[in-house]
Design a protein around this ligand. Structure first.
Ligand code: ADP
Ligand code: LRH
Length: 446
């Protein structure tokens, strides 16, 4: 069986072909295309038609496949008119329109958490909808992978792993929280019927000329797919899905909804096969991407040198002027200010490793779970320095790979198998030397 995995990350989209060969998953990239925020006036959008075009080009390039699955980043959506036309361009989750919405929301955060298990992130769909000007004209809301699947097949649905990031899903029942929707003024008919990963969405429309290929619901949230792609040899593992974001957490059988968990802003997102992804969003390699964007150079042309200053990565989730903001944060906290690009890069990588450590330790403590190994999947698995420093900071072995973790998990769900490795992994053993406890105390006390 040969399947096409469409994986849309915040920094690039790709179409990969996956096949099982000698007990492993072999993934081949057939098409990759740029993705990122597009600013128009004061708003940030996704270029959804360019993404659709990229997917079609990739599917043509892929040749005959037995099925297709789509995953992407979470929370964002398109609204459809009663005739099924897209109303407006999907807004990017880093748009500032939701600033302040969460803090003045009519339903208390504690109640939201006990119902949905979702951490407060300003861009959760529930907050975006509170300021959505097109809502009154909309008859259907589709999250990004569901929207693209609708364009490919004409069939609408709501895949459950991604639906769990909206802040509108009852995390215990794996069903829409219809009562919550009504309380916040949302018509439940706006939301599609839930589909579990593995179910069939529809077949490619004939006008595409690609044959009647089934489009299958996978873990359509990229993080859900990435966790399926983790080549774990036991259940005692933590994961870091490391790309634009670092999603740091554990795969659990049931949600953790304690007050402590809410205070630490941990999410219980729904996973494939009835699991819960218990994790925290750590602002990830986005910070490095933004620096490279402002320098106008690729990562390969900037080295990194040992430095020593660390910043709180949580403060860098907004776009713009990243190197200057990092320098200002170092100065504000009484640390050495980076004087070169290589020092800035090292400051980011050290800071990320430290943030990984904090999130990992909180996850284990809050869930009451011990692990023996941290699996790093996603583009960040190629950053050897980050993986080594994460092992050092966490005091645990790091197993890095697959780089295309989300595409791997996407393909595995289509192939109906689990626990199959995809490519080589690299192991990093923790080294002593740096007192991470002291580093943590210094930066976070300031
Ligand atoms: P997303 O899915 O969020 O777009 P990816 O999983 O594709 O993210 O990871 C993108 C990140 O991977 C980049 O920001 C970059 O820092 C890192 N990366 C990509 N290629 C390399 C490489 N060759 N060496 C080190 N890091 C890399
Ligand atoms: C990672 C991701 C993450 C979400 C964010 C919006 O790509 O899906 O899990 O919180 O995008």
């Amino acid at each position: 069986m040969r399947v096409a995995a469409v994986d849309l990350g915040a920094s690039s989209g790709r179409v990969m072909v996956g096949e099982l060969a000698s007990g492993s998953l072999v993934l081949s990239e057939v098409h990759r295309f740029w993705n990122g925020p597009v600013r128009v006036g004061d708003s940030l959008y996704w270029d959804i038609l360019a993404l659709y075009r990229g997917i079609l080009a990739g599917l043509r390039e892929a040749g005959p496949v037995d099925s297709i699955g789509i995953d992407s980043w979470a929370v964002d959506y398109g609204l459809l008119s009663p005739s099924g036309a897209l109303l407006g361009n999907p807004v990017h989750y880093r748009d500032s329109r939701t600033a302040g919405v969460a803090s003045s929301f009519p339903v208390p955060a504690s109640e939201l958490y006990s119902r949905t298990g979702v951490q407060v992130l300003p861009f959760n769909t529930i907050y975006q909808l509170a300021v959505e000007p097109l809502l009154a004209s909309a008859s259907q809301l589709l999250l990004i992978p569901d929207l693209l699947a609708y364009w490919l097949t004409g069939s609408m649905g709501a895949e459950v792993t991604n639906a769990s990031t909206t802040g509108l899903l009852d995390v215990r029942r794996r069903q829409w929280d219809v009562e919550l929707m009504r309380r916040v003024g949302l018509d439940p008919s706006l939301f599609g019927s839930l589909q579990e990963p593995g179910s069939r969405i529809g077949v490619l429309s004939s006008h595409l000329g690609l044959g009647p290929v089934p489009v299958v619901a996978v873990g359509s949230h990229d993080t859900a797919s990435a966790v399926v792609g983790v080549p774990a040899s036991s259940s005692r593992f933590a994961f870091i899905s490391c790309g634009t974001w670092s999603l740091v957490g554990l795969s659990l059988p049931s949600p953790v909804l304690s007050a402590e968990s809410r205070a630490a802003n941990f999410s219980n997102e729904l996973g494939v096969d009835g699991t819960v992804r218990y994790l925290r969003n750590v602002t990830g390699l986005w910070i490095l991407q933004e620096c490279l964007r402002s320098w106008g150079v690729p990562l390969s042309s900037v080295g990194s040198v040992s430095f020593g200053s660390v910043v709180d990565v949580e403060k860098f989730s907004e776009p713009g002027d990243m190197p200057a903001r990092i320098a200002a944060a170092c100065a504000r906290t009484g640390q050495k200010v980076p004087s070169s690009r290589a020092e800035t890069v090292r400051c980011i990588v050290d800071s990320l490793a430290l943030a990984h450590r904090r999130a990992l330790r909180s996850a284990m403590e809050l869930a009451g779970v011990d692990v023996d190994v941290v699996h790093v999947v996603g583009g960040g698995a190629q950053n050897a320095l980050l993986c080594q420093l994460t092992a050092d900071a966490c005091g645990m072995p790091v197993v890095a790979g697959p780089v295309e973790g989300a595409a791997a998990g996407n393909a595995l769900v289509q192939l109906g198998v689990r626990g199959v490795a995809c490519g080589e992994v690299v192991r990093y053993l923790p080294r002593g030397g740096v007192d991470w406890g002291a580093v943590e105390g210094r930066i976070f006390a300031s």
